[in-house]
Design a protein around this ligand. Structure first.
Ligand SMILES: [Zn+2]
Ligand SMILES: [Zn+2]
Length: 299
């Protein structure tokens, strides 16, 4: 249920279905906030969203003032009704390490696949079903880091969606070690990961649809772990850097405790207490919660 929604625009462009199917050029300015301590629990207020869409022969500006009071379900209904663009995160937990992979997408339908951990036909099918049911179009494949549990599905995703793998160059030795590590632990891997097709630079922006993610360098759990921060929607994809009330292990090659703690304090904490952290294992948390409750970080 939503209380009110007003859409103002400069022409009738927005009333057509699939208005936002020009992903590369759509831009959202504005913020969406979750109202704290609200009841029912998922209440959103999105205010002033200015969507500018360049088309070959013109320039459109659509002004949305949207007030939504309702559940996530109501939001997804609104999405179907084609009312606004919002960067969202969907997590799937796969393989024997209970690794979280994430689909980050917005209402253009374009999505980035982070750390596909699917390592069985069943898990592969689940991933495809979710992508199809949400009508998403995967456009990028990214690993936060290249430990085996985060790369099991690289081959499948690269092949199925015609994507090249993007990682930080410093993770190449970690990726190359995966077949050996799998053998060592006796873990069957369906397909070996392809090599990286492109290296991600620290400080660059990952763009897809109408969304942007900032690349943060957060080593310590592995030599060149990256985190991906969405300022617009207030979340960070953190790989195995920070977990709810825990941190990534530092006893694997390239790991270092002091480096990891510094990464968290200098790269993740400054993002702000309200920022949601989507970790490589376990439930979502927030920066503020970890500042107060994480035994590795409270002292
Ligand atoms: Zn890891
Ligand atoms: Zn992991």
């Amino acid at each position: 249920m939503f209380l009110s929604m007003n859409v103002y625009c400069t022409d009738d462009f927005s009333r057509h279905k699939n208005t936002f199917q020009t992903p590369a050029t759509a831009k959202v300015v504005g913020t969406m906030k979750e109202i704290p301590n609200s009841n029912p629990p998922c209440i959103f207020l999105m205010y002033f969203c200015n969507i500018q869409i360049n088309k070959k022969n013109g320039y459109y500006q659509i002004f949305h003032v949207v007030i939504v009071v309702g559940t996530r379900h109501a939001l997804s209904l609104q999405r179907k009704q084609n009312t606004f663009i919002m960067t969202q995160v969907l997590g799937l937990t796969f393989n024997s390490f209970q690794e979280n992979m994430y689909l980050v997408y917005d209402d253009t339908g374009e999505c980035v696949i982070f750390d596909p951990g699917c390592n069985s036909t069943e898990e592969q099918n689940t991933l495809v079903e979710v992508i199809e049911s949400k009508e998403l179009k995967p456009v990028r494949l990214i690993n936060t880091h290249c430990h085996l549990d985060h790369v099991f599905g690289n081959h499948f995703v690269a092949k199925t969606y015609g994507l090249e793998l993007e990682i930080h160059e410093g993770e190449v030795p970690v990726l190359e070690a995966v077949p050996r590590v799998c053998k060592m632990y006796g873990i069957p891997m369906m397909h070996q990961s392809p090599e990286a097709g492109r290296f991600i630079e620290v400080g660059e922006t990952i763009e897809f649809g109408a969304s942007k993610l900032e690349v943060l360098f957060t080593p310590g759990h592995s030599p060149a772990s990256l985190s991906f921060y969405c300022a617009e929607a207030g979340f960070v994809i953190a790989g195995d850097v920070l977990f709810m009330q825990s941190i990534g292990r530092t006893d694997l090659p390239g790991g270092d405790m002091a480096t990891l703690l510094r990464s968290i304090r200098e790269q993740i904490f400054p993002l702000g207490d309200d920022v949601k952290v989507f970790p490589g294992h376990g439930p979502m948390t927030t920066v503020g919660y970890e500042k107060l409750n994480n035994p590795f970080l409270t002292s």
